[in-house]
Design a protein around this ligand. Sequence first.
Ligand code: HEC
Ligand code: HEC
Ligand code: HEC
Ligand code: HEC
Length: 180
Amino acid sequence: MKKYLVISICFLFAFTVYGQETVFKYVGVANCATCHKTEKQGEQEKIWKESMHAKAYETLKSDAAKEIAEKLGLEKVPNEADECLPCHVAGHGLDASMFDKKFKMEDGVQCESCHGPGSEYKSIKVMKSREESIKNGLTPILVADGTAEEYCITCHNEQSPTYKEFKFAEEWEKIKHPKP
Ligand code: HEC
Ligand code: HEC
Ligand code: HEC
Ligand code: HEC
């Protein structure tokens, strides 16, 4: 009997620890920008803001978007439709508890769309180590090993109603944002 009790307690403990596993939440581009806007870091915020990714949500409110939605017979307007939002904003469909107060869906395809939800890796201590950042939610994508291209085509593909052929090298040139 006592043995059973010990085993159950062990299970309960393991379950509790497992249940408390850290969740990675979306904090929004304003948060990343506090560090990634300086010239020294490479002005990633500015480069992103000037790209179409920053406007991807606004685009869903355009006449062009409404026309597409009508042709497809969608019930909702494009900027509220599950058929459109997954590629045009970050974290679509996740529970509200997965977003920081400062997160704005209106920011469209933002840093965390590609780099992963940043609540746990955004501290300077973690960020300074790529390995620690990855353990804490940073998506490991690089141009050199092809993983970046694979990631782009999760959105840049034929499921996009306006799909244009995606030539990675050319497209990356338009949005690259290296640390100088
Ligand atoms: C407190 C400052 C700070 C904040 C906030 C911050 N970062 Fe960073 N980040 C850094 C520093 C410092 C580095 C390391 C740069 C270097 O190599 O010197 C870095 C590195 C990175 C890298 C490169 C990782 C690698 O090693 O390959 C990415 C990607 C990145 N940050 C994205 C983000 C995103 C996305 C956010 C918002 C969710 C964010 N950062 C928030 C300071 C910050
Ligand atoms: C989460 C989905 C998503 C991912 C991932 C993504 N994109 Fe995009 N991208 C979009 C959307 C949506 C647009 C259209 C925005 C608009 O026009 O409002 C776009 C537009 C662009 C444009 C502008 C095209 C033009 O003709 O002006 C470039 C360049 C681009 N993406 C490059 C990339 C690259 C390179 C990657 C991978 C490193 C990538 N994208 C990953 C969704 C995504
Ligand atoms: C699979 C991802 C994906 C889905 C789903 C998606 N889009 Fe897009 N959208 C993109 C990408 C990527 C672009 C950039 C141009 C391209 O290659 O299609 C884009 C661009 C656009 C543009 C700009 C047109 C242009 O020529 O650049 C409009 C308008 C648009 N999308 C509307 C919609 C509407 C409306 C829906 C829902 C019915 C939708 N999108 C669903 C990925 C997607
Ligand atoms: C469309 C996808 C996409 C978006 C949006 C995006 N990034 Fe990146 N980012 C990448 C990829 C891919 C790399 C890896 C580049 C490489 O391998 O050279 C990268 C690299 C970086 C690096 C490392 C640069 C270096 O040279 O070490 C930093 C820092 C960074 N991103 C920050 C940001 C921040 C901050 C934002 C938002 C303001 C952002 N990124 C938005 C795809 C994206």
